[in-house]
Design a protein around this ligand. Structure first.
Ligand code: HEM
Length: 465
């Protein structure tokens, strides 16, 4: 994405690469941790900057806190439906052409008004039915199992071996399947974000089979899980619709939670003041998460909203059909709201008014669940890994090469080798998890779509964990 000033000349005479439509990696500013870059952009252009996507396709990037909040909270002025984008209606952008961030799917995220309410209610009501005590024990059990796999080694990559698989394993269990399916789900999701487009295309089809198969199995044999609850919800969604909402739950929860955990652990490993405030219980795990959500947002740009009429927004003349990109990280650095860190502990704010869980009708329906998963994940690492320290200097940590996500590709750590707690944790976990999610004892040998998919995955040599 090259930024242009309103008169058409490139910013500062030097085009700044932010993100390329289609999800290609940005080169500089905005794709990593270049905080000054965001501040300079706001100083030069105000709270709303015009951006030109590489193909000449245009959008607005929102940098101001209040502008972001207004757009999120005004569904009568801004649609979430990508098909309303002028670039689409005038034929310059094809939403089906492999653009994961700017596509359209028949799920709540891309719907407006009453259709949004119809699709969202089964998701939100099912999440609300979860027994949070049992779910917290389930998360702890899954976190313990992941730690067990590397604790004796004295070293680990906290992204690949922990923060990345954990959310998928949790969601898979909350959807009522044993962990083998969760490991397959995590693997397929990673391939989608990987480097090989042919493999990614195949993984998308396999993931569709996973969610379709999950719904068929839960219709046949309902349990105390999110998918069974969505199927029985009075909104009366079809099986096809439930499969799409289940896929949305997985997509919405994965990278967001991974990088909230990853960025929080990076903060603890690199910021001694915050680390000692946390160790001395002057701040809680929840305070720590809020600090990270203010200062190191797990995703920094969220696509998108589409203007429903012409208007003046901040300093910008927005036209009906224009796309607006939500700029979380920039919004949180807006001097109008960001007042710096507290002297005593080093954490930002003390308020939960950050926008990290969105606002308005599409606000995250799983805010409490997400906070609990991330806080539990951080607590388990700190309890289980003594002498935990980074294995590399902070400047050696590589940022994720994505314009949207803000996190590190790997987080290598060292610690004193310890013992597994697996069997004890599993014994404790099975009973409580059974009140929501599977007990882990469901049969795996069934000859349905899911069973065949699992056999394919194992036979393909990918089922290595
Ligand atoms: C740290 C973790 C998470 C963060 C930061 C986060 C953030 C968000 C944000 C900002 C939105 C609004 C998107 C928009 O306005 O366009 C959203 C929506 C959503 N999130 Fe989360 N989320 C997280 C975890 C989860 C989890 C764990 C789940 C499910 C178990 C979940 C399910 C959803 C769903 C279904 C939506 C769509 C809601 C709608 O369109 O009405 N999220 N999330």
């Amino acid at each position: 994405m090259t930024l242009h000033s309103p008169d058409g000349s490139a910013v500062g005479g030097c085009p700044v690469e932010v993100f390329r439509l289609g999800g290609g990696p940005g080169e500089t500013g905005g794709s990593g941790d270049h905080d000054d870059w965001w501040d300079r952009l706001r100083e030069q252009h105000g709270p709303v900057v015009p951006v030109a996507l590489e193909s000449g396709v245009t959008a607005w990037l929102l940098l101001g806190y209040h502008e972001n909040l207004t757009v999120l909270q005004s569904p009568h002025l801004f649609s979430r439906d990508t098909r309303r984008w002028r670039e689409v209606t005038e034929g310059r952008v094809d939403l089906s052409a492999g653009r994961p961030a700017l596509s359209w799917r028949p799920n709540a995220l891309y719907a407006d008004g009453s259709e949004h309410a119809r699709l969202r209610a089964p998701i939100a009501d099912s999440i609300a039915r979860l027994d949070m005590g049992a779910t917290s024990q389930l998360v702890r059990q899954i976190a313990d199992d992941l730690v067990d796999a590397f604790v004796a080694r004295g070293s680990a990559d906290l992204i690949a071996e922990y923060a990345d698989p954990l959310p998928v394993l949790v969601i898979n269990r909350l959807c009522g399947l044993p962990d083998s399916y969760g490991r397959m789900l995590g693997d397929l999701t990673s391939i989608i974000f990987g480097e090989d487009p042919r493999e990614a295309e195949d993984a998308v089809i396999r993931l569709q089979q996973y969610f379709a198969g999950l719904v068929v199995r839960k219709r046949k044999r309902p349990g105390a899980d999110l998918v069974s609850w969505m199927l029985e919800h009075p909104a009366g969604l079809t099986e096809h619709e439930v499969a799409h909402q289940a896929a949305l739950i997985n997509n919405s929860s994965h990278q967001t939670t991974t990088h909230l955990i990853g960025n929080t652990m990076r903060t603890l490993l690199t910021d001694t003041r915050i680390r000692s405030a946390y160790a001395d219980a002057r701040i809680s795990a929840q305070d720590l998460l809020d600090h990270v959500m203010w200062t190191d947002t797990p995703f920094q740009i969220l696509p998108a909203r589409f203007a429903l009429q012409n208007m003046l927004l901040g300093n910008a003349r927005v036209r009906a059909g224009d796309a607006l990109l939500i700029g979380f990280h920039a919004a949180h650095r807006d001097p109008a709201v960001y007042k710096g860190r507290r002297e005593e502990t080093g954490v930002a704010g003390g308020s939960r008014a950050h926008l990290m869980f969105g606002a308005g009708p599409h606000a995250c329906p799983a805010r409490d669940l997400a906070r609990m998963i991330a806080a539990t994940a951080v607590e388990v690492l700190n309890e289980r890994l003594s002498g935990l320290r980074s294995a590399v200097a902070p400047e050696e940590l590589r940022s994720v090469r994505s314009p949207f996500v803000r996190g590190v590709e790997a987080l290598p750590v060292l610690f004193r080798p310890g013992n597994a707690v697996g069997e004890k944790a599993k014994g404790e976990g099975t009973g409580t998890a059974g009140r929501n999610g599977t007990s882990g004892h469901e049969k795996e040998s069934e000859d349905d779509i899911l069973g065949r998919l699992l056999r394919w995955w194992r036979g393909s040599g990918r089922g290595r964990r």
